[in-house]
Design a protein around this ligand. Structure first.
Ligand code: FES
Ligand SMILES: [Fe+2]
Length: 357
């Protein structure tokens, strides 16, 4: 497929590793996905196979047998490693071939590239190095809400036929809630659009904060918390190159300071791990953690289900948008409006870290 020239400066027209920020931890999936079978996925144009070893560790290799290139994800797991499903070469978690059936000698060059993969807070993070074999220069991100006693969570994985940055744009500007998500977390479109938005940037992160006191509680909130006709609502979005943390929620009117990070109320903490697959496709791993009111039925599963429903709505919009960007090509010039400030900052960070600045 030929890349199209786009009016989006940070969607590159060429392929190659320089096009994405490297030397980053990206989300690769959920720990629960690795059990008795290898899982093959492409990250930043690299085909990778992930698996769990007999002692419970997770490992990732390039998804190719060094003999005749069958994907190792077509193979099977054994106590000592991953066996290719064609002629049976066996690979250790570090990529070294341990055994060639019917042959005594295993040449040293019988090996494939390995990746650093870690399992943390029930998430899988993969280090995508700038140079082959490059070791991580920092720890994988922490995500404490998955292990926090006040929260329950669920999540999922979308494969998107759209470039990753269109999802950043969508998440960095939640004013679309009032138009795209009216059935769940939408609320009043005009209130969203008019709410003052504070955008701050520090290093490689951007924060967008919107406080909306006196909001109409949307259906998801009403089911989880005893709100009446109004609530004090907030949206706090934190952009990191490989993922976004979005804390939304609400308190009963006038009962909590919206500046207090420990404030009580109904909390929905979303994790959005957006990992490029190719220039035009990406993975979207998400989870939603929420708390329960002691006098209300536990709606955490409903919150996850409704979140999935809202993300289905986003996907329709974003994939239709991308199809149209492709159809119009360079004629589809973009103008910016006031809601784009946060998204544009995030785009500049991605551009800089991709070496395109
Ligand atoms: S292709 Fe893997 S052993 Fe032949
Ligand atoms: Fe959305």
């Amino acid at each position: 497929m030929n890349a199209v020239t786009l009016p989006l400066p940070s969607i590159p027209a060429t392929s190659g590793i320089a096009s994405f920020p490297r030397d980053q931890w990206y989300m690769a999936g959920f720990g629960s996905e690795l059990s008795d079978k290898p899982v093959g996925r492409t990250f930043l144009n690299d085909k990778v196979v992930m698996f769990r070893t007999a002692d419970g560790q997770v490992a990732a290799l390039e998804d190719r047998c060094c003999h005749r290139t069958l994907p190792l994800s077509c193979g099977t797991l054994e106590t000592t490693g991953l066996r290719c499903g064609y002629h049976g070469m066996l690979y250790a978690p570090d990529g070294q071939c341990l055994e060639i059936p019917g042959q005594d000698r295993v040449p040293a060059k019988a090996r494939v590239r390995s990746y650093h993969l870690v399992e943390k807070n029930q998430l899988l993070w993969i280090w995508m190095p700038a140079q082959e074999g490059g070791a991580p220069t920092r720890e994988a991100p922490d995500y404490p809400w998955h292990d926090h006693p006040d929260y329950k969570w669920g999540g999922g994985h979308y494969h998107y036929r759209a470039p990753w940055q269109l999802i950043h744009d969508n998440l960095m500007d939640l004013s679309h809630l009032g138009y795209v998500h009216l059935k769940t977390i939408g609320g009043n479109a005009r209130l969203h659009m008019n709410a003052p938005m504070k955008v701050t940037a520090e290093g490689d992160t951007v924060k967008v904060v919107r406080h909306m006191p006196g909001s109409v509680p949307p259906p998801t909130y009403l089911a989880a918390w005893p709100f009446g006709a109004a609530c004090d609502r907030w949206q706090e979005i934190e952009f990191h190159v490989s993922h976004l943390r979005i804390w939304t929620g609400a308190a009963l009117p006038g009962t909590a300071s919206l500046e207090d990070p420990q404030r009580h109320g109904f909390h929905m903490r979303g994790l959005h791990g957006i990992t490029p697959e190719t220039q035009e496709t990406c993975h979207y791993f998400w989870s939603m953690s929420s708390n329960q009111h002691p006098d209300m039925p536990d709606t955490s599963q409903e919150v996850v289900d409704q979140t999935r429903f809202t993300f289905d709505e986003d996907r329709l919009v974003i994939e239709a948008q991308w199809e149209n960007i492709r159809a119009f090509g360079p004629r589809a010039e973009w103008i910016d409006i006031h809601v784009d400030v946060g998204a544009n900052r995030a785009r500049r960070i991605v551009q800089r870290l991709s070496g395109q600045a």
